[in-house]
Design a protein around this ligand. Structure first.
Ligand code: DLL
Length: 433
């Protein structure tokens, strides 16, 4: 039996949803016009005034916001509410340039936690569950978001944060944790550590996991589901738009429902900005219609995915997005060929490797070099040079047929690639340094 956190919203008719979106959008545009001079200037440059935006169909008239705007307006330039009404900030883990600092009023925290509570409910959580939150706490939104959602549901919440993997496993077992929230790479690492400790899925009480914050493949999902003995659900979000819970998976595991009462999605051609029809793949653009402190209108996420409005067997009516296969700025262009790390992960897992790999790109004599370091699993470990060469060749050919470009593959001993407790570092591109 399917459970919902807010059934009247999650299963509302499409007509009702559109009415909510249109009313909220018109009101939000007016609020932003009055309170955010930065965006008002952008609207004026396009010759748009608040009365031009009456409903969802007028959305394409609005100017986009991008990460560059956030940098320009840092830190207070996009604030949509008086500072005295703001109660929290969070910030991205961005490694280049200025971090994004997002602000929240109490209303913003409430709507965000509702979105996370919907995600937890879709993964089967009720107030009988023990939820271990192993996303980082602090400036990162993962810990606070899922923690807040778990509280709203009345689950017993274990605020573990990331790190100290043996203690994580001990708490899961001692406290009977039934739901784990973590990045997929950290969940995979927990599984790996369990195996080392001689523990199998039958030794832990977990039944579901809510994994997001980075791209992960279907193959990785199946791997985590098998090692932890759980059902693994995807969750999507970004700091600029609250954090986790912009979209989440239901039991159908067939795309993530976008919380459309708060977020209106569009898919655009990243080069021309043109809005693309349903089903086509492009960059996800999101308009948050009722966030107060950090109102994002037509925010370009850089994430590449597509949308479907087809009916979902779970009964929720909100549109679904496909797993983002990576960010447009994660995409590597190597000797002119577009390469997404997630494609490499898919091939490795199909060949029986774990998702522990690193992509090294450099430029030598004006030519791009492309190498993939892949960890052998303990089961396949061998020190026979002939065998290793054969395995490397097979993988390199497999990658060639997926990517259209052949990398050098180097197999390395188990546990030589550093594990991450948060988002995994997959790419080292020395061309940019
Ligand atoms: O990663 C928020 C989050 C926390 C989502 C916990 C899910 C779980 P940021 O650090 O601002 O926020 O990074 C946002 O991460 O634009 C995507 O590129 C990527 N991302 C987030 N969720 C997914 C996902 C959080 N499920 C950026 N699949 C986004 C693929 C994801 N990529």
């Amino acid at each position: 039996m399917e459970h919902y956190y807010q059934p009247e919203i999650e299963c509302a008719s499409r007509e009702q949803l559109k009415r909510w979106q249109s009313q909220r959008l018109a009101a939000q545009v007016r609020r932003v016009w009055e309170n955010v001079p930065y965006y008002r200037r952008k609207m004026e440059e396009k010759g748009i005034a608040p009365e031009d935006i009456r409903g969802v169909e007028d959305l394409p008239k609005l100017p986009f916001l991008s990460k560059a705007d956030l940098r320009d307006a840092y830190p207070y330039g996009l604030l949509g509410a008086p500072l005295k009404d703001c109660v929290r900030i969070h910030s991205t883990s961005g490694t280049t340039g200025k971090r994004v600092v997002a602000f929240y009023t109490q209303h913003d925290i409430d709507l965000w936690e509702d979105c996370c509570a919907r995600a937890l409910t879709a993964a089967g959580a009720t107030n009988e569950d023990v939820v271990q939150v192993s996303y980082g706490y602090g400036l990162f939104t993962g810990g606070a978001g899922l923690d807040g959602g778990s509280h709203k549901l009345g689950c017993l919440t274990v605020p573990m944060s990331s790190g100290n993997t043996d203690r994580q496993i001990m708490f899961i077992r001692d406290l009977n944790a039934t739901i784990l929230c973590a990045t997929p790479s950290y969940a995979a690492y927990l599984g790996e550590r369990m195996r080392e400790l001689g523990l199998g899925p039958e030794d832990i009480p977990l039944k579901a996991g809510i994994f997001g914050a980075e791209a992960w493949s279907e193959e990785m999902r199946r791997g985590i589901e098998a090692t932890l003995g759980i059902k693994a659900y995807d969750i999507y979000g970004l700091t600029e738009l609250s954090g986790p819970g912009v979209a989440f998976e239901c039991a159908a595991q067939a795309g993530m429902h976008i919380n459309e009462d708060h977020f209106i999605p569009e898919i655009i051609d990243p080069d021309t900005g043109e809005v693309l029809p349903e089903g086509e793949q492009g960059e996800l653009v999101i308009t948050a219609v009722d966030k107060e402190a950090f109102p994002m209108l037509r925010y370009r996420t850089k994430d590449i995915c597509s949308l479907t409005y087809e009916k979902c067997p779970c009964g929720r009516t909100h549109v679904r997005m496909t797993k983002p296969k990576g960010r447009s700025d994660d995409m590597l262009i190597i000797r002119g060929v577009n390469v997404f790390p997630s494609q490499i992960e898919t091939v490795l897992l199909q060949h029986g490797y774990a998702a522990n790999y690193q992509i090294l790109v450099d430029r030598v004599n004006n030519t791009d070099t492309f190498e993939v370091l892949v960890e052998m699993t303990p089961e396949m470990f061998t020190d026979s040079v002939g065998e290793i060469q054969q395995l490397q060749k097979t993988l390199s050919l497999g990658l060639n047929s997926m990517l259209g470009i052949r990398p050098k593959v180097t197999l390395v001993a188990p546990k030589t690639i550093a594990r991450s407790e948060g988002k995994a570092v997959r790419v080292i591109d020395k061309r940019k340094i």
